[in-house]
Design a binder for this molecule. Structure first.
Ligand SMILES: *Cc1c(COP(=O)(O)O)cnc(C)c1O
Length: 372
């Protein structure tokens, strides 16, 4: 298909607008090839890599302003592995899951196991949001802070359920881009290939003392838990700044750079303001543009880190995304299973708000020329 050639002066300085793996700052990639290269290809059981893991854990504690008693644990396999680890080692009897998109749904599916009671799943259509409801017998309340497949954000607010019930938040696309209070969560877990500007393959979790107690209790209960998915094993190893098996060292290095960069600029508040600025530009444009409408109807639910914009039938969003791609502006396609005439744009902290404004100019330029 012929594409619309974009003028150079409206091109963003970086064309990566995907929701993950997402833009990694060029400075950090250069640092990986420079100072970072000394750790690549070296033992993860030796001092330099353990120190790096220690720095990452300390910086996360700092970024999320975690109170005393909270710990940062990590393991291999990304957030998807964490779901299975949680089914084995965090959910005691029964969990409640808010499902307002693909990722929330995947954790709910992982919690359907022979050793747990069927989960209480609260599902709504894409673009909507649902809230947790205290129910007797539920010991884990789970939802995504940001549902990456739809661009819906949910507040992080502790559920006042049974004594000891844990609030467990999937922050994979939110962590490092949305401000919140960690006091409101027992487990705040994520992988670093989105706002945290690194590559995939690892999971991290901030865990409260109550969550630590839960992990230890289930591990001691005699329940069968595969070693690779054992949160107790992750907890013990993390305290020694290591992982059960080999972690991706480049991912750790890039993550540490990103955490340092956010911290130097003013921490989570700064990151929050920056993603807000970028997403506001897109929502304001969609509101003011004839052919575009924000997909998420309620402005309060609209994500500041993943913006989904529906197009009128007369404008083929897939053709627009393809044309942008031919100009080096990539990954503006919607989440594949959502199947909408839509663009989805990440406004993660690494993405310059000025680049988002340029992207808007590029979309307008393209649509004007593609439809006539
Ligand atoms: C990307 C994403 C995941 C999956 O992360 P992996 O590291 O690929 O397993 C889970 N939850 C949310 C909200 C995500 O955005």
């Amino acid at each position: 298909m012929p594409h619309v050639e974009l003028p150079r002066d409206i091109l963003p300085s970086d064309g990566r607008f995907g929701c993950g793996p997402a833009k990694i700052r060029t400075e950090h990639i250069e640092a990986l090839a420079g100072p970072g290269s000394v750790i690549l290809g070296t033992s993860h059981r030796q001092r330099p890599v353990k120190d790096l893991v220690g720095r990452v854990r300390a910086r996360m504690t700092d970024l999320f302003r975690a109170p005393a008693g909270y710990e940062v644990i990590l393991g291999n396999g990304g957030s998807t592995a964490f779901w299975d680890a949680a089914a084995f080692g965090l959910i005691e009897t029964r969990s409640q899951h808010l499902v307002f998109g693909e990722f929330g749904g995947k954790f709910a599916a992982a919690a359907k196991t022979p050793w747990l009671q069927p989960p209480d799943v609260r599902e709504v259509a894409g673009g909507m949001r649902t809230a947790p409801e205290p129910v007797e017998g539920i010991d884990v309340y789970a939802w995504p802070h940001n549902e990456t497949s739809t661009g819906v954000s949910a507040p992080v607010t502790r559920v006042d359920g049974d004594a000891g019930a844990l609030t467990v938040i999937d922050a994979t696309s939110a962590a490092g881009g949305i401000d919140f209070s960690i006091h409101e969560a027992d487990v705040y877990y994520f992988a670093p290939q989105k706002n945290l500007g690194s590559d995939g393959g690892l999971w991290f979790a901030l865990v409260s003392p109550a969550a630590v107690e839960r992990i230890e209790r289930i591990a001691a209960s005699g329940r069968y838990i595969p070693e690779f998915l054992s949160l107790k094993n992750a907890l013990d190893n993390s305290r020694l700044n290591q992982t059960l098996n080999t972690p991706a060292l480049a991912t750790l290095f890039l993550l540490n750079e990103q955490l340092a960069w956010i911290s130097r600029n003013g921490g989570l508040q700064w990151a929050d303001a920056r993603t807000r600025e970028s997403s506001r530009a897109l929502y304001a444009w969609a509101d003011a543009t004839e052919f575009a409408t924000p997909f998420v109807a309620d402005p309060a639910d609209r994500s500041q880190v993943v913006v989904t914009i529906d197009f009128e039938e007369s404008v083929d969003a897939a053709a627009v995304a393809a044309s942008l791609r031919a100009n080096g502006i990539v990954d503006t396609e919607p989440y594949r299973k959502l199947g909408r005439n839509q663009l989805r744009v990440a406004t993660f902290v690494s993405i310059d708000p000025e680049d988002v404004r340029q992207l808007i100019r590029c979309i307008d330029y393209t649509v004007e020329r593609i439809t006539v």
